[in-house]
Design a protein around this ligand. Structure first.
Ligand code: TYD
Length: 205
């Protein structure tokens, strides 16, 4: 029987409402008896903290290749120390961002997507990866804190294009996040329920 936990990822450009929807979903799954772990990338560990400090200083960028390497290093720690142990214990893991962020953000900076995939081969595939899709101009309006090095309209347009390509390739499921919150949440829950039913079906056979 498959006792491994369920792994769900949320993606989207800044201001797409990921944290709000992750919280609503996590609360709902906990109510239904799931042992939920909410986590995020960049991680709250050493490399993640370094990246966050770097991103907040929005004056000068490292090469996007170096960024991709840093995000992959942070992910390696996160996967090994947090994600895999939680999934082995049967926990439901919800991550705010994952490899698709590197593909979209560093890909938008011109880094080869094949190279990013290759260096992230260690990262287990999520059971469900949701794109909360929003136009960059709306997303940026919603970001109230100081903007990071990545939060520039033209850049985010490219980021979104790559995200949409990943939707076409079937790696991400798109939800229109410009709709009222309750509608978006309903769609999130529908996707998660579909996934959980599929898994129950599998484990029941
Ligand atoms: P985060 O703290 O998640 O910002 P937010 O709360 O606004 O979503 O992430 C910081 C920035 O890092 C964000 O602008 C996206 C960027 N990022 C990448 O460029 N590549 C990556 O692989 C990841 C995980 C994040």
């Amino acid at each position: 029987m498959d006792k491994r936990g369920v792994f769900i990822v949320f993606e989207g450009i800044d201001g797409s409402g990921k944290s709000t929807h992750i919280k609503i979903l996590a609360d709902e799954l906990r109510r239904r008896g799931h042992n939920v772990l909410q986590t995020s990338e960049p991680s709250k560990d050493r490399i993640g903290n370094f990246i966050r400090r770097y991103a907040e200083r929005n004056d000068r960028r490292l090469t996007p290749e170096t960024e991709a390497l840093l995000f992959a290093a942070d992910r390696f720690e996160h996967v090994k120390k947090v994600l895999k142990p939680a999934l082995r214990r049967g926990r439901t893991v919800i991550s705010d961002r994952y490899i698709y962020s590197t593909l979209a953000y560093q890909g938008a900076g011109g880094v080869s997507l094949d190279w990013i995939r290759e260096m992230n081969r260690f990262a287990p595939k999520p059971d469900l990866a949701i794109l909360l899709d929003i136009l960059p101009e709306f997303g940026l309006q919603r970001v109230e804190r100081k903007k990071t090095v990545f939060e520039v309209s033209d850049y985010l347009r490219k980021v979104r294009e790559i995200y949409l390509r990943l939707v076409e390739q079937g790696e991400l499921k798109r939800i229109d996040a410009d709709k009222p919150k309750t509608l978006v949440q309903g769609e999130v829950l529908a996707l998660v329920e579909e996934l959980l039913e599929k898994r129950t079906g599998k484990t029941g056979s």
